[in-house]
Design a protein around this ligand. Sequence first.
Ligand code: FMN
Length: 333
Amino acid sequence: MPHAAYEYIAGGAADEITLRWNREAFDALALRPRVLVDIERIDTSVELFGRRLAFPVLLAPTAFHRLVHSEGEVETARGASAGEALFVVSSLSTRRVEDISRATTQPWWFQLFDIGRRRREFLTELLETLNAVGCNGLVVTADAPVTGARNRSERAHFSLPDDLETPYYPDRTARKQVGGLPVSGSSTWADLAWLRSKTGLPIMLKGVLHEEDAKLAVKAGMDGIIVSNHGGRELDTVPATITVLPRVVKAVGKRVPVLLDGGVRRGTDVMKALALGARAVLIGRPYLYGLSVGGAPGVARVLEILRGEFEMALKLSGRRTLAEIDRSVILRT
Ligand SMILES: Cc1cc2nc3c(=O)[nH]c(=O)nc-3n(C[C@H](O)[C@H](O)[C@H](O)COP(=O)(O)O)c2cc1C
């Protein structure tokens, strides 16, 4: 991919401290396997909102797939299909959901940024479209009311190509800032309540790092929480997601599933997140790299690698199912 696009995708906000912590915090956790367990038969499947997923890794919402592949999100959806994973389509998709939904056999969700008052008419129509084309869930991203300090993209002079269309954010001026995030600063808990009243689809709140926000999300009728720091791209120096996960899980209890993203690169990372209470994880950058170098087979290959590594981690830890991955998999220091 072009250098500037790579810098936009790979980069984090400001000094990239959170970006680094996301990885370092996973690496700092040591695993403590049990041995001589019969691991001939294992089951990596997981239930999420009444559906079985083959393994607990989802594709996180990421913007502008046409930056790295001419078919954009349609190609990603094909890869998600082949790799048996759920794809969360970004509001900054460069393809329409009608085309994306046709390209996948897997369940898929749609992500929203701005759910503020000014967008209600648009959102009402969008919800109708999403229902009509078989969308299975919504993700509301709460950690990006403005775009973070994308210094690395700026230094690389990254800008969006003029012909890159984003059907759900047609206003080009909103995308012209570095990183292209639409400003969604007017969204509040009251707007979330409005959205809740408008749809029966499961809604997940993404970008939660504080246990009090997790509690508010449950109170607002959210069906799930995604512990995320936007891959270290928004507020720099917020903690690694795996560091705050246990607090959020504790606050939420068993009321709704908690998911996590940020720095998941190995099967052992998936296991660590599950051990600390996540139901499943999402990956962002890894599948964009797969999409860039190999299109749909590239995305599927990234998923296959992670799935294989996760199975290996499970077996080498003496665990057979996700239910058997508890805190005792991780060494307490
Ligand atoms: C290039 C890029 C674009 C992204 N665009 C969005 C987006 O449109 N909406 C959103 O909710 N999150 C977006 N994210 C954040 C991801 O959903 C996810 O939180 C993050 O990538 C996970 O971290 P990882 O890349 O380390 O796996 C984006 C991330 C990247 C790298």
